[in-house]
Design a protein around this ligand. Structure first.
Ligand SMILES: [Zn+2]
Length: 440
């Protein structure tokens, strides 16, 4: 019998707050061990937690970004377990009434848009970190009590590739929304995998019996390792915290922070400006560059060419000179003008590079650079004929080669004419005139 995997993911994401979830200790990475701790996050007797308002906002914001419903009534529960990295011996989490439920993430997968449903995104606290040395172990509680979002997916994922694409999409959305930096190297995103197996095509989720019946001991062991601690955990309502009941004005404030999602932005750039997918993707990654492109594209008749200039030329120049969009010397209209000059064949595309470079350095409009330096393309046939005559006279060898049937020699001569004209001769005319003269 053929089997298929049914995968759900529980993704833990550290929220981008200044302080921890229940106390004022700093939320920072890389501080000396146990330097960001206080009686609250060390679980001392007699202390009380106070919820971090920004973490509540970021949780609601995540719910909105993941198309979830934001619950008007959420509460916190205690999840009791004894482990050295949990100083309180329980974790505060949202079990029975999470802040946000029932959403979805759309993402590109295998050339189509895939959807993974989100069961819930709930708020909890992170735990400390164990370190094991040669002869002893230590715990760093700097991470204990950091606000942590647990995003639980429905078992909509069918394979490892799809799981990776889902995680990438989720990460992009959270970074875009300013919810988390999602720095994997700093452990800001961690993931648990729930996988079960069922006969291919079956509608019901694989029962655990089926996992146990598989002819694989490691599969059984993995299932047990997952299931046993899960059943040992015990929850009860957190007595130290009031339920969380967001008001409409509070939620309205959070809604102002909802951003356009990466996939929607990519699709919009492709649709509105007819950009190819890689160009649109560049503007998804580089938001200021994309916004700049958009502001100029509204004035441009040729947004595709504009995207090329912005991505290939402007971006290179900016990184070379460490310039920023706001520090650009030339006006956005200048870029539009430059493209129009190329489109009207007033200047060649290689001359345009030169004009762009000067315009970038000085801020001077391209039209005036072209006039001042006499860079306009020469389409005057008699002027081009003079250049062609000179090129043929100076290069009798290649001219004879062409006459003897060596077609490639023409390109060499063309190059010589372009050189003589300092790149200004209209290349199409050069080809025509050279060929006519050589065949005469
Ligand atoms: Zn603390």
């Amino acid at each position: 019998m053929e089997y298929e995997a049914v995968i759900g993911l529980e993704t833990h994401v550290q929220l981008k707050t200044k302080s921890k979830m229940w106390c004022g200790c700093a939320n920072e990475f890389g501080a000396p061990p146990n330097s960001n701790v206080c009686p609250v996050c060390l679980g001392m007797p007699g202390v009380l937690p106070v919820a971090n308002e920004e973490a509540l906002r970021l949780t609601a914001l995540t719910g909105l970004l993941l198309n979830c419903a934001v619950s008007p009534f959420a509460k916190f529960d205690r999840k009791n377990y004894f482990y050295p990295d949990v100083p309180k011996n329980y974790q505060i989490t949202q079990y029975s009434r999470p802040s946000t439920v029932s959403g979805f993430v759309d993402f590109e997968f295998n050339g189509a848009i895939a959807r993974v449903r989100i069961t819930r995104a709930h708020l909890e606290e992170d735990v400390g970190k164990n370190f094991h040395f040669e002869r002893n172990s230590g715990v760093d509680f700097n991470r204990a009590g950091l606000p942590l979002l647990e995003i639980v997916s429905e078992p909509d994922i069918t394979g490892a590739d799809m799981a990776c694409e889902y995680l990438n999409a989720l990460k992009d959305i959270l970074v875009y929304g300013g919810v988390s930096d999602c720095d994997m190297e700093k452990g800001m995103v961690r993931c648990d995998v729930n996988v079960s197996v069922r006969p291919k095509g079956a509608q019901e989720l694989g029962a655990k019996i089926e996992i146990k019946n598989m002819n694989s001991f490691s599969g059984v062991r993995k299932a047990l390792e997952y299931e046993i601690p899960r059943q040992i955990e015990r929850y009860f309502p957190e007595p130290d915290l009031m339920p969380f009941t967001p008001t409409d004005p509070w939620l309205a404030e959070v809604k102002k922070r909802v951003v356009e999602l990466p996939l929607a932005r990519k699709q919009r750039f492709m649709r509105d400006y007819q950009l190819p997918a890689p160009d649109a993707q560049t503007f998804v990654w580089d938001v200021p560059l994309g916004n700049y492109f958009e502001s100029v594209a509204r004035q441009s008749k040729n947004p595709k060419a504009l995207a090329n200039w912005v991505i290939n030329n402007l971006r290179a120049k900016m990184s070379e000179s460490q310039a920023t969009i706001s520090g650009l010397r030339f006006k956005p209209e200048s870029l539009v003008e430059l493209i129009a000059l190329v489109d009207a064949k007033t200047i060649s595309s290689s001359i345009a590079q030169q004009v762009f470079s000067e315009m970038f350095d000085t801020g001077e409009p391209p039209g005036s650079i072209v006039r001042k330096k006499g860079l306009a393309q020469v389409s005057d046939a008699s002027a081009i004929e003079r250049f062609c005559d000179e090129a043929i006279a100076v290069n009798p060898g290649p001219a004879a080669d062409f006459k003897n049937g060596k077609a490639a020699a023409l390109n060499f001569l063309k190059g010589q004419v372009m050189k003589l004209s300092k790149g200004r001769a209209n290349p199409n005319l050069v080809g025509e005139i050279l060929e006519r003269k050589l065949k005469a």
